[in-house]
Design a protein. Structure first.
Length: 95
């Protein structure tokens, strides 16, 4: 049973806003808890984005996020293709 009544597409949209809009993260970072996401991929992506934002004051760039994900040991290799496709879709698909 889902923890929150927000579907997967909505949750992807939140992560999309996190990577594309620094003002969104700055405005809502207190509300952006990785534990709110149901899938492990979205939890880890949101953690990566928030950690990067905390360090550099901006979300990772389109070119750096795949590298950050690739170096993330918490992603099991079996889900890497799915995650890499998801990461690319954060910039290529409209919300």
């Amino acid at each position: 049973m889902p923890v929150y009544d927000f579907g997967y597409d909505f949750q992807v949209g939140i992560v999309r806003c996190m990577v594309r809009d620094p003002v969104f993260v700055r405005s809502y970072k207190q509300c952006l808890n990785p534990e709110y996401f149901e899938s492990s991929e979205l939890k880890l992506l949101s953690e990566i984005v928030l950690e990067h934002f905390g360090k550099y004051g901006e979300p990772p760039s389109r070119s750096s996020l795949p590298e950050l994900v690739r170096s993330e040991s918490r992603f099991h290799k079996s889900v890497w293709l799915h995650v890499s496709t998801l990461v690319e879709s954060l910039w290529t698909e409209l919300p």
